[in-house]
Design a protein around this ligand. Structure first.
Ligand code: FAD
Length: 457
């Protein structure tokens, strides 16, 4: 029986990063993976969706080539090739992780892991067992199914199903207007599919600042995406070619496919956790602030702990958990985790929203600046969107940032740094930002919060 200092179960962003860091620190390390290396993020999430969205973005550019003085008489979208490119990108990155494992001395064990006791893990496929002084659970999450919209993987699809190769459909109903639903909305809209989004709550992206959700809704409608909010699906009837959905307001809509994107459930079943006394809350693994479960040598990171279901948070936890195994006690401040949504236009946010502060008796100011007032936006033909900053008037620091528009998923990093380090707004204003760039929106929005705007009419 092989013995390790650290065994990680799952090779998604939480697990593979923990494995690499652990080996770097000199721990004898193994990562056990039952499926493809890279987890949901690489195989069924971040990377495939962003690769497909890049093809969609290129298609949109061709559609507006005329605006840039380029005559494109005709172009053809080859769906099969778009999906092939996605497979290639994912394959290459997967090989990259496997190579890194070899390079840094991480043993990759293929198979389904199950805990026998707090130091022994059975690998189901090969009826082998490994010993571990420390175990990191990084088993991720799965798509949530609705009782009246069970995945049949042909017409009623999960996000996993819709990423599989196949001929493109003509119409799609997306149930759930969250980040995943909206990203797929942008993708299939650009690919020429008739898209309808149905959201139970009053707004799409209900967790974002209201102004951002509202701006995306308007933009989506301009692009021809139908949106029904504040309504739920009452009934589903399968026809020969199409499926008909009745909404709670009596309206009915038809489409060739339905994508259900209403959330995720923890992947914590049949791991032997309950038998060992690892606490779970509705299936999510409970950890303390240091990512330790109720069993002292068993840790957990990533989606399965249900804190923030994002790949960069899982990676961050993957690094920190190894430092905690080493004996440091590192806590993660989830309030400063950025949230990025790669719709057209993009959305990014971090920190406190104005609506949160409104409820408190707090002295704050709000600055808002539109991209259309930047030279770079006009040069690029991307004038849609704005940045909104919430500023603590007493401390003169930024508390929250919400943005919609070009490149905001990159711009947000400056604001994460500012919020995390309580950088004074005057220090940001005294930092020269390159011109012309979209990043100029940061000092411009700070000036707007001070009612001292240079470029705003
Ligand atoms: P996962 O990536 O879920 O990996 C878990 C791994 O554990 C899997 O490979 C699984 O096979 C393995 N496993 C499970 N049980 C066992 C077992 N018993 N034995 C062995 N192996 C096991 N996040 C972002 O930050 N940015 C994005 O743009 C983004 N886009 C997304 C788009 C979609 C469509 C989806 C679904 C998600 C997206 N996410 C995005 C979320 C992101 O994918 C997850 O937050 C991230 O993958 C979680 O990482 P993880 O390491 O916790 O687990």
């Amino acid at each position: 029986m092989q013995g390790y200092d650290v065994v990680v179960i799952g090779s998604g962003p939480g697990g593979y990063v923990a494995g690499l860091r652990s080996a770097q620190k000199g721990f004898k390390t193994a990562v056990i993976e039952q499926d493809k290396v890279g987890g949901v993020c690489l195989n069924l999430g971040c990377i495939p969706t962003k690769t497909l969205l890049e093809s969609a973005r290129q298609i949109d550019s061709l559609r507006k080539a005329d605006e840039f003085g380029i005559k494109v008489n005709q172009f053809e979208v080859e769906n099969a090739k778009i999906w092939e490119r996605k497979e290639r990108v994912v394959d290459n990155l997967r090989k990259g992780i496997e190579y890194l494992f070899k390079l840094k001395g991480v043993d990759l064990i293929k198979g389904r892991a199950r805990l026998v006791n707090e130091e022994t893990i059975a690998i189901e496929e090969c009826s082998e067992e490994v010993k571990a002084k420390n175990i990191i659970l990084a088993t991720g999450s799965l798509p949530l199914e609705l009782p009246h919209l069970k995945f049949d993987h042909k017409t009623i699809l999960s996000s996993d199903d819709i990423l599989e190769k196949g001929s493109l459909f003509s119409s799609l109903i997306i149930v759930g207007g969250g980040a995943i639903g909206c990203e797929f909305g942008s993708l299939f809209n650009s690919l020429g599919v008739k898209v309808t989004i149905v959201e139970l709550l009053e707004n799409i992206l209900p967790h974002e600042d209201w102004e951002i959700s509202h701006a995306l809704e308007l933009s989506f409608k301009k692009r021809g995406i139908n949106i029904f909010t504040g309504r739920k699906i009452e009934e589903v009837n399968f026809g020969k070619e199409e499926v008909k959905v009745s909404l709670s307001d009596g309206k009915s809509i038809e489409a060739e496919k339905i994508l259900v994107a209403v959330g995720r459930i923890p992947n914590s079943r049949n791991l032997g956790l309950e038998e060992l006394g690892v606490y779970l809350r509705k299936g999510w693994i409970v950890t303390d602030d240091y990512l330790r479960t109720s069993v002292p040598n068993i840790f957990a990171v990533g989606d399965v702990i249900g804190e923030v279901l994002l790949a960069h948070v899982a990676m961050f936890q993957g690094e920190r958990v190894v430092e905690n195994i080493e004996g440091k006690n590192i806590k993660i401040d989830y309030k400063i985790a950025p949230n990025c949504i790669y719709t057209f236009p993009e959305i990014a946010s971090v920190g406190i929203k104005e609506s949160d502060l409104k409820k408190m008796n707090f002295d704050y100011s709000v600055g808002k600046f539109p991209f259309r007032a930047l030279g770079k936006s006009h040069a690029s033909g991307e004038t849609e969107g704005f940045l909104k900053l919430v500023v603590d008037k007493k401390e003169n620091i930024i508390l929250g940032a919400q943005a919609i528009g070009p490149d905001v998923t990159n711009i947000i990093s400056e604001l994460v740094l500012a919020i995390k380090n309580r950088i004074k707004i005057k220090d940001i204003l005294e930092t020269i930002h390159p011109h012309p760039t979209f990043s100029e929106i940061v000092p411009e929005t700070i000036l707007a919060s001070l009612n001292f705007s240079l470029h705003l009419v």
